[in-house]
Design a protein around this ligand. Structure first.
Ligand SMILES: NC(=O)c1ccc[n+]([C@@H]2O[C@H](COP(=O)([O-])OP(=O)(O)OC[C@H]3O[C@@H](n4cnc5c(N)ncnc54)[C@H](O)[C@@H]3O)[C@@H](O)[C@H]2O)c1
Ligand SMILES: O=C(O)[C@H](O)CO
Length: 327
């Protein structure tokens, strides 16, 4: 019985996993050997960033559980995994919410305070003084009130903003959110929001949902911040909405293609701030991912349901399954 790891673990993390599952052989594949070793795993903990031959994994028939070290599951929810009832998948939903919130803040305040334009001037050693916008008093719409969205709502509230949100499961509305609508009320959120923050998962239903029609429904002069997945947004439609002045700015931690190709117009737009998908990064990430893996390993071996088990067709967990230990 084998556990295969593929996230940047140190010996300390491998030891923690081994101690939690003494009957298993723990193998650290890293990105270099994940394709070779995944077919040998009963349990896979990690996030393969290189192409994996999932057909070979499914043919081997050993895999029973994937504990993703990412909140987004687009890396492993291939059709064969979704359809295979023997394979359970659990996510890192909400585990990185504090760092995602910090990244959201840096992008949000960056575009509102015109940082990209000022940094360009700074690079030219020019003193360019132009009016900026501000956040206070604005309506902020959060699309996806899961782990990241809820944490963001909590830390944004002191800015005297009105917070509205949509979610697939519009339950347990936190006190700082004035309206929580079901996902199909997205257009209502767009019509009311001065800032729209994307914290929803990428799945078949959300791919490309921000198209030209959706951007037209956003308020003139509003901002888009995407810390979810790039493919939720149709990038050409975003470029058009920025070029026409309909959108005042965009902060993007994620893009349709990563790395963002050098020829993308987004690089040149001083209303756009881009970061290289670093929302979940921090020195705590591997420790936190391992802590959840260890808790879930004990549950798995005891035959109990693992935390953050996702509905594989949706790609995110039901609120009742979410691990709240690190919230
Ligand atoms: N930029 C980064 O580095 C980074 C870091 C972590 C997560 N992410 C992305 O952000 C997403 C959210 O992360 P999380 O930890 O909050 O996950 P989560 O599973 O805790 O939350 C996702 C929430 O979105 C809701 N949802 C699903 N479909 C929706 C829809 N159509 N409209 C509105 N809400 C919808 C779900 O009900 C859930 O509450 C992940 O799926 C991942 O792709 C990015
Ligand atoms: O989904 C996540 O957790 C982040 O995007 C890192 O992959």
């Amino acid at each position: 019985m084998r556990i295969v790891l593929c996230y940047p673990v140190g010996q300390k993390h491998i030891d923690q996993i081994q101690a939690a599952a003494p009957d298993y052989e723990v193998v650290n594949a890293g990105q270099e050997r994940i394709d070779e070793l995944l077919p040998t795993a009963e349990i896979f903990i990690g996030h393969a960033k290189v192409p994996v031959n999932w057909d070979r994994v499914l043919e081997a028939g050993k895999l029973r559980w994937i504990q993703s070290s990412a909140a987004g599951l687009d890396h492993c929810l291939v059709p064969g995994v979704i359809e295979n009832d023997a394979i359970v998948v659990s996510s890192a939903s909400g585990l990185f919410a504090p760092q995602v919130a910090e990244q959201t803040f840096s992008l949000l305040f960056g575009v509102i305070r015109r940082a990209p334009l000022f940094f360009r001037a700074e690079a030219r050693r020019e003193f360019v003084r132009l009016p900026t916008d501000d956040l206070r008093g604005k309506t902020v719409g959060i699309v996806g009130l899961g782990g990241n969205g809820r944490f963001l709502a909590r830390v944004l509230a002191p800015w005297d903003v009105r917070l509205v949100a949509t979610d697939y499961y519009p339950v347990d509305c936190p006190p700082e959110v004035s309206q929580l609508w079901p996902a199909d009320q997205l257009d209502r959120l767009l019509a009311e929001s001065d800032v729209v923050i994307l914290t929803l998962p990428l799945n078949a239903g959300t791919k490309g949902v921000f198209d030209a029609e959706r951007f037209a429904k956003m308020k003139r002069g509003s901002y888009l911040i995407n810390v979810a997945r790039g493919s939720v947004v149709q990038e050409q439609a975003l470029c058009d909405a920025l070029a026409s002045g309909h959108l005042a700015g965009a902060g993007l931690d994620v893009t349709e293609v990563e790395p963002l190709p050098p020829e993308s117009k987004l690089w040149d737009d001083p209303k756009v701030m881009i970061s290289p998908h670093v929302g979940a990064q921090s020195h705590r990430r591997v420790d936190d991912s391992t802590a959840l893996a260890v808790i879930n390993l004990k549950r798995y071996q005891a035959g109990e349901p693992v935390y953050n088990r996702v509905d594989k067709r949706l790609g995110f967990p039901h609120p009742s399954a979410v691990y709240r230990g690190q919230a």
